[in-house]
Design a protein around this ligand. Structure first.
Ligand code: SF4
Ligand code: SF4
Length: 101
């Protein structure tokens, strides 16, 4: 697979507005509802950044790639990575956008 150039990688990274919502725990609740838990311990809410970004998958194995999070429905539907992705639906009620019928 072709890897991204530095410019493409930066463009990809810059899509993130650092809201940190995808860094909140997802908890499977009764009736299979998925609720939001706390922010990851490595998310700095004041600086709006991950404190271990470069090593995140080693330091925090529960961290998800964008693709994994998309596949699991863990991204908010207005997140720039998924908002134009046809058919994307978040599993988290608070992350769902009301769409016109
Ligand atoms: S939800 Fe999207 S914009 Fe917000 S931190 Fe996660 S990847 Fe970035
Ligand atoms: S380790 Fe992953 S889930 Fe935790 S703050 Fe960093 S990017 Fe978010």
């Amino acid at each position: 697979m072709k890897s991204m150039s530095d410019a493409e990688f930066k463009k990809h990274e810059d899509l993130c507005v650092r809201c940190g919502r995808c860094c909140r725990a997802k908890i499977l609740w009764f009736d299979n509802e998925v609720k939001l838990g706390d922010y990851c311990e490595f998310y700095d809410r004041q600086k709006k950044e991950c404190m271990c970004y470069e090593q995140r998958f080693t330091i925090y194995p529960r961290c998800r790639t964008v693709l994994q999070s998309m596949q699991e429905g863990g991204m908010p539907e207005d997140c720039p990575y998924v908002r134009d992705f046809p058919g994307y639906r978040s599993q988290v009620k608070e992350f769902q956008i009301k769409r016109p019928l």
